[in-house]
Design a protein around this ligand. Structure first.
Ligand code: NAP
Length: 309
């Protein structure tokens, strides 16, 4: 039976939940292996990345996850990028295929997988050349960094219209232009977090996604949705932050009776998709998520869990 040598490269990674998720997944699939942390300070990235890539080539390692702040830098180190990694402009999963190191991005399908689990994904895309007109779903994403882009791609690829709302309009405009170029269509619009968030964006809005770190431990008394703007009725609110499990944004939304979800499902989703690349096995998403919720430190919201990005 193969022994899987897996791990995570990032900085810092000490409080990562990935080892727990992958050990639970290995156990669920009755596989043997290990998942180690490879803390790599940004100033040592080049040597560290080259060494890990070599270990993948030599099959001393079978799979590596990449997290902040190395996801973009890793693009230059791989032999081939998958379409997801190309569109996202970021790599979070590495593996060897026919002697070549492949850089993949499982954040995009991981987010979508969690939306499907929640029943929030909306309609399936209309078949090509179909005459059927499907309703357009709209989402506002708070933030315009790496995670916001991954979420925007996941939604846009499934026919959603997306508004990227950043506090720096130049960042939102640049991300919007790049995404629309890659997506071959004007599915993403730049919005301003400082102005009237809902102006210049069609209604109704079906979902708000927080893709900023605002509200994350230890600064739990903040959220990125403008204080003066009521959260629209009828939306679902997804916060990529999962520490604490109930962020201030999610509390605000729940108080208004709106459905909410935190980012733990996306974290587990992207991990299982990477696990599938490495082992060709996919344990039950629900079962692993359930196990992680139960095996996590019950006081995890008081610890600085390293966000997996
Ligand atoms: P990033 O690339 O650094 O982008 C962060 C974005 O948030 C930027 O647009 C940034 O704007 C904005 N931002 C930061 N502080 C802000 C504030 N106080 N008010 C308004 N906007 C603010 O980070 P990322 O990789 O996209 O990650 C964002 C969050 O998503 C993190 O909390 C991360 O843990 C979480 N995440 C979770 C998962 C998951 O699986 N659940 C996956 C990915 C990411 P500026 O550039 O102006 O600061």
């Amino acid at each position: 039976m193969p022994y899987y040598r897996l791990g995570l490269i990032g900085w810092p990674v000490a409080h990562s939940l990935s080892p727990l998720i992958h050990h639970v997944a290995l156990q669920a699939c009755d596989l043997e292996g290990e998942y180690r942390l490879y803390p790599l300070e940004p100033q040592h990235f080049n040597e560290g990345a080259a060494s890990l890539i070599q270990q993948l080539r030599n099959e001393e390692l079978n799979g590596i996850n990449v997290t902040v702040p190395h996801k973009q830098h890793m693009l230059a180190y791989v032999d081939r990028l998958t379409a997801s990694a190309e569109t996202a402009g970021a790599v979070n999963t590495l593996y060897l295929e026919e002697g070549r190191v492949v850089g993949d991005n499982t954040d995009i399908p991981g987010f979508w997988m969690d939306l499907e689990r929640l029943g929030w994904a909306g309609q399936k895309a209309a078949p090509a050349h179909s005459q059927i007109t499907l309703p357009v779903y709209r989402a506002i994403i708070l933030g315009a960094g790496g995670a916001a882009r991954a979420v925007a791609v996941a939604l846009a690829e499934h026919g959603w219209q997306v508004g990227l709302a950043a506090r720096r309009s130049a960042q939102a405009q640049q991300a919007t232009a790049e995404l629309n170029r890659k997506l071959n269509g004007p599915q993403v619009a730049a919005l301003s977090l400082n102005g009237d968030l809902l102006a210049n964006f069609g209604e109704p809005v079906a979902m708000i996604v927080n893709a900023t770190p605002v509200g994350m431990f230890p600064e739990i008394d903040a959220d990125a949705w403008p204080e003066q703007t009521p959260i629209p009725q009828g939306v679902r609110v997804y916060d990529l932050v999962y520490n604490p499990p109930q962020t201030r944004l999610l509390q605000r939304a729940s108080t208004s009776g709106l459905p909410t979800a935190n980012g733990l499902g996306m974290l587990v989703g992207q991990a299982l998709l990477a696990f599938q690349c490495w082992t060709k096995q996919m344990p039950s998403f629900e079962a692993i998520l359930h196990a992680i919720r139960h095996q996590m430190d019950p006081n995890y919201s008081t610890h600085p869990i390293q966000p997996e990005i």
